[in-house]
Design a protein around this ligand. Structure first.
Ligand code: SER
Length: 336
């Protein structure tokens, strides 16, 4: 594989850690951006770490010194955080993304080749009006139910369009051709479950919180109903999806944004499997009506046939394997 220089925003986040390890294992040179310093181990993997806000021009300028071939723009405020402060959510999620699309455009123009822009979108772009509709609809395809019910979902759906605009239509009235400098690609992630970190500020957090609490022998009160159902994915599959989409030949891609799925258990099914793994665990359900409302507006599952057909997407971890081969060994070691 050719060694590339890759920019990672949100490098200290859940996806960032695993992706940083994956990219540097494959010999790539990583420029990392995060609001907070990286751990010494993660910092030592990077060519440069820029600590700062993605809204700060100095941060963008520091990154722009490098010839960057790919940008994984992970920095974002997740659904619960953005709902608690929608204007901040908009600034970070939309203005932050715009900054990096503009950076990609300038870099692409300077280097004379398109910069690949990998974008983690989300099932939060979907919005279903009622639980009955949700259960009737089942798997949603990419164009279904695009009526997001959270600031985060609104931001991410708009970003998907911004990416398409910058790739295909940017400054379309200009006498010079201004397109072709960005190759924007994205996946809509389900809830992601990592063995190493507990997410903050998301609404799908009930699953990872339940698992990490059990591993620490702490009781957990779940903030959604037992029947709450959304798709989930193990972090190694999530990272692999981004990397494989980045590597896919452009001529095979029929769209810029793809649904990706793995498994779609109810909260009760997750609790059962957690109880089996950690028999002393105490899980109770005390639904928070408002956060439950967000989960009810997200689809029960996604149709990911386009990703499977165009770039060979296939999850390697179902729920059982996620638990037995990824979560249990790593989590148990981490908390022991
Ligand atoms: N995990 C995200 C959230 O809960 C959804 O993409 O906000």
């Amino acid at each position: 594989m050719n060694k590339k220089t890759i920019l990672l925003t949100g490098a200290n986040g859940e996806i960032g850690h695993t992706l940083l390890e994956d990219l540097t294992n494959h010999g790539h040179s990583v420029i990392a951006i995060d609001l907070h310093p990286l751990s010494p181990e993660h910092e030592s993997l990077c060519e440069e770490v820029i600590v700062g806000n993605i809204l700060d021009e100095d941060v963008i300028r520091a990154a722009e010194k490098h010839d960057i071939h790919e940008i994984y723009h992970l920095a974002a405020l997740l659904s619960t955080s953005a709902e608690r402060n929608p204007e901040l959510g908009h600034r970070v999620n939309v203005e932050g993304t715009l900054n990096f699309l503009q950076l990609a455009y300038r870099l692409g123009k300077r280097m004379g080749e398109p910069v690949k822009f990998l974008f983690p979108s989300t099932i939060a772009v979907f919005g279903i009006a009622s639980l009955d509709d949700k259960m009737r609809i089942g798997k949603v395809s990419e164009e279904d139910c695009l009526m997001p019910m959270t600031m985060y979902g609104v931001n991410k759906l708009y970003n998907e369009h911004l990416g398409r605009y910058y790739s295909e239509l940017y400054k379309r009235l200009s006498p010079e051709t201004e397109t072709g400098f960005i190759d924007f690609r994205g996946v809509r992630f389900p809830g992601l479950i990592s063995a190493f970190t507990v997410p903050t500020g998301g609404t799908s957090d009930f699953a990872p919180e339940m698992i990490h609490s059990a591993a620490q022998h702490k009781p957990y009160t779940c903030f959604v109903r037992p029947d709450a159902q959304i798709p989930f994915m193990a972090m190694p599959d999530g990272v692999r999806a981004l990397v494989e989409l980045a590597a896919a030949p452009a001529e095979n891609l029929t769209r810029r944004i793809y649904n990706i799925g793995a498994f779609a258990p109810s909260a009760a099914e997750i609790a059962d499997i957690v109880r089996k793994a950690f028999p002393d665990t105490i899980i109770t359900f005390s639904p928070d009506e408002k956060r439950q409302g967000i989960i009810d507006s997200w689809p029960a599952d996604v149709d990911d046939s386009a990703a499977r057909n165009d770039w060979g997407w296939k999850p390697q971890y179902d729920l059982e394997r996620t638990f037995n081969e990824y979560l249990l060994p790593n989590i148990t070691k981490m908390y022991s």
